[in-house]
Design a protein around this ligand. Structure first.
Ligand SMILES: [Fe+2]
Ligand SMILES: [Fe+2]
Length: 173
């Protein structure tokens, strides 16, 4: 049972930590799978940032005395499983970049929601340093989401993308 907000906050910090460590596993593949150089760069940059996100959460976990990981973030596991499913159904190129953008946006929005709520809990509980660290990560998640969206609206989804996708579909594997 979770008896109070502090315990729920501990749980949420652990959940975010699980989500971030799962992302460390897929972001290198997402970067490798991207054909658009800017998209590849965005995923590489975010992989670097994600390592920092894990470090920040570890600082919080150490302060709270959380030493081991309990439970897995099932939502992130689902988002990653869905991304992998679509990646196996597409070949590299514009269409796969669209898959990566859709998956990236979903993942970032999930993280933004998680960090936003958890930072609010930290503030409520008077954990000012935690709230600051969580806020730093929250800003980076927002920037990563904006970067992916900018790439999508600035080039990957342009007129003729369906024709290009049709060519990919008929191209030999
Ligand atoms: Fe993150
Ligand atoms: Fe992220």
């Amino acid at each position: 049972m979770i008896a109070n907000l502090e315990q729920f906050y501990f749980d949420q910090v652990n959940d975010l930590y699980s989500a971030e460590t799962q992302l460390l596993g897929i972001l290198p593949q997402m970067a490798e799978d991207a054909s658009c150089p800017e998209l590849r760069e965005a995923f590489k940059n975010h992989l670097q940032e994600t390592r920092t996100h894990c470090e920040r959460l570890n600082m919080i976990r150490n302060r709270l005395g959380i030493s081991d990981q309990t439970g897995e973030c099932e939502a992130m596991r689902g988002l990653i499983a869905e991304a992998r499913k679509y990646l196996t159904q597409t070949i590299p190129g514009g269409l796969r970049d669209a898959v990566l953008i859709a998956a990236g946006n979903r993942i970032e929005h999930y993280e933004i929601a998680g960090y936003g709520a958890t930072r609010a809990f930290a503030s409520c509980l008077g954990f000012g340093e935690d709230a600051h660290l969580l806020g730093e990560t929250l800003k980076e998640e927002g920037a990563a989401d904006a970067a992916i969206t900018k790439i999508a609206t600035g080039g990957v989804f342009h007129s003729g993308v369906n024709e290009a996708a049709a060519q990919f579909e008929t191209a030999p594997a």
